[in-house]
Design a protein around this ligand. Structure first.
Ligand code: CTP
Ligand code: CA
Length: 225
């Protein structure tokens, strides 16, 4: 019933969303990952679909079942795999939302065999992963809406604004990840939406499900066509 009652103001829009963490293997039994439940991205995917959009969700490993209503669901592990899939689908997308917690680094020398604990100290060398959002910012078309997230523990709005500029986003969703009650494993969130002019729109603490719809309201109200 909720689906039927939701206005279909995103009908005809193609939306690409990334969600969840990426996972970078160290050896066959160990990996490096980011804290991320994927919930915010999955709620966005669900909400955009409810509003009539055709959603492609590219997700790192999560415990969430993909909403049945999605157009396309793609599982990935590493940041490089995520980048590959994003590059396949971004061209055709009207709105791109990078809500994934992409691993900034990957292990330089993956070991085919399990690393044994032979030494008191070991050094793991890491290489930078590509910044998917930043690359999209360089190649995006005029009419595409590119939305990033900024997960910060301090200096939230300043860091978020800097990311908006550096990655050439249209919007950035600033997320304070230091607060327990709205943190990684919570169903709640509280965000600020920042646009290119630097205007900040606060969305007060609410369920991630609700916040997803508020983000879409903002897009619907501020971008036409
Ligand atoms: N992002 C990305 N590719 C990466 C790292 C981040 O596409 N390799 C995207 C995230 O999906 C998010 C935005 O960039 O939309 C900001 O991610 P965040 O981790 O907050 O910022 P970083 O630019 O990685 O900077 P830092 O972690 O140093 O704060
Ligand atoms: Ca990062």
């Amino acid at each position: 019933l909720e689906y039927v009652l939701t206005k279909k103001d995103m009908k005809g829009k193609k939306v690409l969303i990334t969600a969840g963490p990426t996972v970078e293997p160290i050896d066959p039994v160990r990996n490096i990952t980011n804290r991320s439940s994927g919930r915010m991205g999955y709620e966005l995917a669900r909400a955009f679909s409810y509003r009539g959009a055709e959603v492609t969700l590219i997700s790192g490993p999560t415990n969430i079942n993909p909403p049945y209503i999605l157009k396309r669901f793609i599982n990935v592990n590493t940041a490089l795999e995520m980048k590959n899939e994003v590059m396949k689908y971004y061209k055709n997308s009207d709105i791109i939302v990078m809500s994934a917690a992409v691993s900034d680094y990957k292990v330089k020398n993956y070991s085919n065999k399990k690393i044994k604990k032979e030494n008191e100290n070991i050094i793991l060398e890491l290489d930078r992963n590509p910044d998917i959002l930043k690359e999209l910012g360089k190649i995006k078309k005029e009419n595409q809406i590119l939305i990033g997230f900024a997960a910060e523990t301090n200096n939230l709005l300043n860091y978020a604004k800097r990311k908006l500029v550096e990655k050439n986003c249209d919007l950035i969703i600033a997320n304070d990840v230091s607060k327990k009650e709205i943190g990684f494993d919570s169903n709640l969130n509280e965000i600020d939406i920042i646009n290119k002019m630097g205007d900040v729109t606060h969305v007060k603490k609410s369920s991630k499900r609700d916040i997803a719809f508020r983000i879409i309201d903002y897009i619907a109200n501020n971008y036409s066509g």
